[in-house]
Write a protein that binds this ligand. Structure first.
Ligand SMILES: NC(=O)c1ccc[n+]([C@@H]2O[C@H](COP(=O)([O-])OP(=O)(O)OC[C@H]3O[C@@H](n4cnc5c(N)ncnc54)[C@H](OP(=O)(O)O)[C@@H]3O)[C@@H](O)[C@H]2O)c1
Length: 345
């Protein structure tokens, strides 16, 4: 395949201004892998990325998309942990919303038997973030109670699954009855309205210790403020994202009085998106956390990710579903219905 199709961002702006078009094939250099993309995860951050408001700005023009699954098409010199034809998933700098992508081998991971490629596109960034945050950073323990905000979203639903795998009790928040029903169906012990005013008393009523041990917060804003009141003494609060749009300010008196630990967590630091590129430094640690999670899925100790699929022809609707707060689990763009030259039927 000399050319392939993908979404292109030619100027900083609104995500609806992306175009789906033919793109020239990228060169492959040492230490890189060319992947035939079958599925690509859509994240909230795509809107920030194409607006030029994300921590990192790719050179224009570029293709957005940071997590994919597919098969290895070609290897650069020095790559040995995967082979041509292997089923893989990858965390990317960008480039995932296309039929083909070239990326560094250090963030390409084999997909084990028992995990379909349709699900694997939700793993390298979304489950990587959640696993690393709950296991490395918060050190969530069996029997602890975790409060998960935005729990029907892509990180949130993954956090419900991972927290259950770790043996925690899960209190999830979401804005609609339908989302709360989906959370109860997916392992949350309790699902509460995302109502910052009502939340502290509802949470305390469920917690004999007077609050939760860990908070996983990808939403920020008023829910973060409420979390300080939902927290038990000595609780750990994970600052993951600000989907609500407001970056909260912390009243440190509450942090002091309750012996709280507020833990910032940026998964990007571990996969090459940080101020300095540390992807090779953390390669083995990231591989290990992803392997823990994919092995649990393959053994059916943890459910496969909850996904909502759109063919790439419906990319506008797919991104709008995420941005419009209508998604449950991970929105995935499917490229696998497109025939490729050389594909067998
Ligand atoms: N720290 C890290 O390493 C890391 C890694 C990946 C992503 N992130 C960040 O985490 C955040 C969540 O990402 P995601 O992919 O899980 O997003 P998502 O799938 O869109 O879920 C976000 C959830 O936030 C809630 N929400 C509340 N107010 C919202 C608003 N004004 N607009 C949209 N959603 C709102 C929604 O739940 P309700 O409707 O139920 O309220 C929604 O389900 C983003 O800010 C992203 O940039 C951080």
């Amino acid at each position: 395949m000399s050319n392939y199709k993908g979404l292109l961002c030619t100027h900083w702006g609104h995500w609806s201004e992306l175009t789906y078009q033919t793109l020239p094939r990228q060169p492959l250099t040492d230490g890189q892998v060319r992947i035939r993309v079958r599925h690509a995860g859509v994240g909230f951050a795509v809107s920030l990325f194409v607006a030029g408001k994300y921590q990192r700005k790719p050179p224009l023009p570029f293709t957005p998309g940071t997590e994919v699954s597919g098969e290895v098409l070609e290897l650069g010199a020095g790559v040995s942990h995967v082979a041509v034809g292997d089923r893989v998933m990858a965390a990317l700098d960008w480039g995932g919303f296309a039929e083909e992508v070239v990326t560094t081998a250090s963030t390409v991971y084999p997909v084990p038997e028992g995990v379909p490629l349709t699900a694997a596109a939700a793993l390298p960034v979304t489950y990587g973030t959640v696993g690393a945050a709950l296991i490395w950073r918060a050190k969530l323990q069996p029997g602890e109670t975790v409060l998960i905000h935005g729990a029907a979203g892509s990180l949130g639903m993954a956090a419900v699954h991972v927290a259950r795998l770790l043996g925690a009790r899960v209190i999830a928040t979401a804005s609609t009855e339908a989302k709360r029903a989906a959370l109860l169906n997916n392992g949350a012990h309790h699902a509460l309205p995302a109502d910052a005013q009502a939340l502290p008393s509802l949470v305390k009523a469920l917690c004999p210790r007077g609050g939760v041990d860990v908070v996983f917060d990808p939403v920020g804003g008023d829910l973060f403020d409420a979390s300080l009141r939902c927290a038990a003494l000595h609780a750990r609060l994970l600052v993951i994202g600000f989907a609500a749009g407001r970056i909260p300010q912390v009243p440190t008196n509450l942090v002091l009085v309750k012996n709280l630990a507020i833990l910032g967590f940026n998964y990007g630091q571990y996969i090459g998106w940080g101020l300095t590129d540390e992807r090779t430094t953390h390669e083995e640690d990231v591989r290990e956390v992803l392997s823990t999670l994919t092995s649990a899925m393959a053994r059916t100790d943890m459910p496969l990710p909850v996904t909502q699929h759109f063919p790439v022809s419906q990319w506008l609707e797919a991104i709008d579903t995420t941005m419009g707060r209508r998604s449950v689990g991970k929105v995935i763009l499917d490229f696998d219905k497109i025939p490729f030259k050389g594909d067998t039927a």
